[in-house]
Design a protein around this ligand. Structure first.
Ligand SMILES: NC(=O)C1=CN([C@@H]2O[C@H](COP(=O)(O)OP(=O)(O)OC[C@H]3O[C@@H](n4cnc5c(N)ncnc54)[C@H](O)[C@@H]3O)[C@@H](O)[C@H]2O)[C@@H](O)CC1
Ligand SMILES: Nc1ncnc2c1ncn2[C@@H]1O[C@H](COP(=O)(O)OP(=O)(O)OP(=O)(O)O)[C@@H](O)[C@H]1O
Length: 242
């Protein structure tokens, strides 16, 4: 299927789509129902990235926000906020067992902010996009997966899958091609204009953002997306999303 068959969603309805999935706060809710999100990230060099992602998920409206990070980064991340639940497990040899007992309770997992490139940590936890670029089968066919590459990360992924650089003059064609190759995962390709697709639908978000390009904006996006993802799936299960 070529990109010309993809259906395009009008940008103007984005806000309505988002509003339609925000759950109503009612007195019968109990702690956790608005979202239990875990951010997997945080290493010696990067403690801000997982903090930004985790605190964003909470500030948007999730009830509980966890961070899986390394031993060294844990006290730093904890000191930024008492609201985060911080697990220093990523450099433990039994990380999978330790993580599994928590993962089963989570609504959304945000993998990548500040994981760094330490080989041991990557073997244990994997930098989200680095992992997908190295081993695309990890997400292939998992339609709930959302990847949020910046331009350079997208090029690396495209190159891995098709052994060539993406044609920058045809961003939508290239994006839908990658989504389909990975079994219709959703990709948010970030840039001046964000292009979002699952290989079938394409949403181009050209709302003006900040012209400042400081680090951490992708982390805010990934954290809020963790909460929105839970809300979207809940709305979908109730048949109330757009
Ligand atoms: N305070 C923190 O702890 C922060 C940690 N961060 C972490 O830092 C690590 C490295 O992140 P990087 O984003 O530097 O990743 P990379 O090391 O993969 O570098 C990406 C490169 O692509 C470039 N780039 C991005 N968009 C581009 C465009 N449209 N055109 C041309 N070049 C473009 C960037 O300038 C950057 O040099 C990650 O683990 C990340 O999570 C960052 O999230 C920033 C904040
Ligand atoms: N040139 C641009 N103009 C306006 N907005 C942009 C531009 N590039 C990216 N953005 C916006 O900034 C947000 C973060 O994208 P960015 O490319 O900075 O991610 P990143 O490099 O992964 O971030 P991080 O520093 O957190 O790792 C996205 O939501 C995107 O819409």
């Amino acid at each position: 299927m070529s990109a010309s068959h993809a259906s395009y969603i009008k940008p103007g309805i984005v806000l309505d789509m988002v509003k339609s999935i925000i759950p109503e706060l009612t007195t019968d809710l109990h702690k956790g129902m608005m979202g239990r999100v875990v951010v997997v990230g945080g290493c010696k060099e990067y403690t801000g990235a997982p903090y930004y992602a985790a605190i964003s998920s909470l500030k948007l409206g999730a009830d509980l926000s966890h961070v899986f990070c390394t031993e060294a980064s844990a006290p730093v991340i904890k000191s930024y906020s008492p609201e985060l639940i911080v697990h220093p497990i990523l450099d433990h040899s039994d990380v999978e067992t330790e993580a599994d007992q928590w993962l089963a309770r989570m609504h959304a997992v945000v993998v990548g902010p500040g994981l760094g490139r330490d080989k041991t940590i990557l073997e244990h936890a994997k930098d989200g996009l680095h992992l997908v670029t190295e081993f695309p089968d990890v997400v292939r066919g998992y339609k709930k997966a959302i990847l949020t590459p910046n331009v350079v990360e997208f090029s690396r992924l495209y190159n891995k899958l098709f052994n060539e650089q993406p044609d920058r003059s045809e961003p939508i064609v290239c994006l839908t091609k990658v989504c389909r190759e990975l079994g219709n995962v959703t990709i948010v390709q970030k840039g001046e204009v964000d292009i979002i697709s699952d290989g079938e639908n394409v949403l181009v978000c050209s709302n003006e953002g900040s012209p400042r390009r400081c680090g951490g904006q992708g982390d805010l996006l990934s954290g809020t997306m963790g909460t929105f993802t839970h809300w979207a799936h809940t709305a979908q299960s109730k048949g109330i999303d757009k």
